[in-house]
Design a protein around this ligand. Structure first.
Ligand SMILES: Nc1ncnc2c1ncn2[C@@H]1O[C@H](COP(=O)(O)OP(=O)(O)OP(=O)(O)O)[C@@H](O)[C@H]1O
Length: 427
């Protein structure tokens, strides 16, 4: 096969229960895509065909709907009797399975960061009424570093009973006790359990329960208490043990009750590690949480916040550091993420700005590389500042630019009002 619809096939990437996945080129959008082509025989199978068909249809129906930086985007889908395929974002690095073996394990903090990103993605999916139901390392694709995307939402809104998932879709190792005993419907609490198992596996290279056959694993899931991950890995942060064990608690009522609770627990790890952070640099997780708390980004939806994180460079400064000098040329603007800066023109102090305030934005608004700085900006305390090149913002998504434009407009209006007040006081 050389092409599928308008897409030129490059090579096979892998295969799963319902079909083969190919790497292909979209000649119009000029980008690489991954195309999952259904096995026609699987969709027509006497016993399981209905289940596979509904998995495929479910995934196809999500085209254009699940837009999140940590979920594989579905661009297009064709579902016909004899030939069905789903066109999705191509993720270069393969799945997280490669990090689950001894000798290949990621650093603990990288695991925590990956899980945090999964938690954010699944919280977003839940806000659209979706439970994933088939979380496992093989369904989490890896781009680079800790950049991941969750794939395979095929089982997410499947109406067929969960029993079929045990028999048809791989290992039961990620299924919670309430699912394997068939007592209740899948919910975000069973996804929290599955993600806890993924975290356990990534931290230790071992599953909490393994056995010679499916029945043995199911027996243990229901009856045996797992050993904490630290049993398999010396020197592990007890907070991580606590998080994993809470996520995989047998009783759903003892797990994190919401994705936010899970995310908070992971974010706490960085708070406690702040002392050594200076040497190490901040994690995306921590930066994301800082951004979310800043008034400047209050109206920014999650996707655009992750985009800001990609666009920005972060730096810490000691007090009395000159960040911008009056008269210099500037091609970037700044947002204060912590601490205080003083704005001066000549010898006159114009303003003091703090967390959530922006400065130097004329370099973007004036649309002119040679824009001069009209004031000097100096830190008056320890400061965290994020810097964005005007050019990078101009090349960002339309929604991101609109949000920045709105914020800058508000800032300009505030400054104008301040100036008017000062003028009226003087007159
Ligand atoms: N968007 C993608 N980008 C890059 N590679 C992909 C993409 N989607 C899938 N793959 C590759 O293709 C393989 C098969 O994917 P597929 O979703 O069909 O099956 P699976 O998740 O491995 O198994 P199952 O369908 O049984 O759950 C994956 O393991 C992965 O290596």
């Amino acid at each position: 096969m050389e092409s599928i619809g308008k897409y030129q096939i490059i090579r096979e990437l892998g295969r799963g229960a319902t079909g083969k996945v190919y790497l292909a080129e979209d000649p119009f959008a000029k980008r690489k895509v991954a195309i999952k082509v259904a096995f026609p025989e699987a969709l027509k199978h006497a016993e399981d065909g209905a289940f596979y068909r509904s998995m495929f249809l479910n995934e196809a129906s999500l085209a254009g709907k699940l837009n999140h930086p940590h979920i594989v985007q579905i661009f297009d889908a064709v579902v016909e009797d004899d030939f069905s395929y789903i066109v999705m974002e191509y993720i270069e690095g393969g799945t997280l399975e490669k990090f689950c073996a001894d000798g290949q394990l990621l650093e603990t903090r990288e695991v925590a960061e990956i899980i945090f990103k999964c938690v954010r993605a699944l919280a977003f999916a839940q806000s659209l009424g979706l439970t994933h139901r088939d979380l496992k390392p093989g369904n989490i694709l890896h781009k680079d570093g800790t950049d991941i995307k969750i794939a395979d939402f095929g089982a997410a809104i499947n109406k067929v009973s969960d029993r079929t998932i045990i028999t048809n879709v791989g290992s039961p190792a990620y299924m919670s006790p309430e699912l394997v005993t068939g007592g209740v419907q899948a919910s975000h609490l069973s996804d929290i359990y599955a993600l806890g198992v993924v975290m356990y596996y990534l931290l230790t290279g071992k599953l909490p329960f393994s056995g010679a056959n499916t029945m043995s694993v199911i027996y243990q899931i229901v009856n045996t208490e797992p050993e904490p991950p630290s049993t398999h890995k010396a020197g592990m942060d007890p907070a991580l043990d606590f998080i994993v064990m809470k996520a995989i608690a047998k009783d759903p009522a003892r797990r994190f009750q919401t994705w936010d609770e899970f995310a908070q627990a992971l974010a706490e790890i960085w708070k406690r590690e702040q002392a050594s952070e200076e040497k190490r640099g901040q994690s995306d997780t921590e930066r994301f949480n800082i951004l979310r708390a800043l008034p400047f980004f209050r109206e920014f939806p999650e996707n655009e916040l992750w985009e800001v994180l990609r666009l920005s460079k972060w730096a810490k400064f000691r007090p009395d550091t000159v960040l911008i000098k009056e008269g210099d040329h500037g091609d970037s603007f700044f947002i204060c993420a912590g601490g205080y800066v003083r704005i001066t023109r000549g010898k006159k102090t114009l303003n003091v700005l703090t967390a959530g305030d922006c400065f130097g934005e004329m370099s973007y608004l004036a649309h002119n590389d040679r824009a001069h700085r009209s004031a000097t900006v100096t830190t008056t305390s320890d400061c965290v500042v994020l810097k964005i090149r005007a050019e990078d913002l101009r090349n960002s998504s339309l929604s991101c630019r609109r949000l920045f434009d709105e914020r800058f407009l508000n800032t300009l209006v505030d400054r104008l009002e301040n100036a008017n007040e000062q003028l009226s006081v003087m007159s």
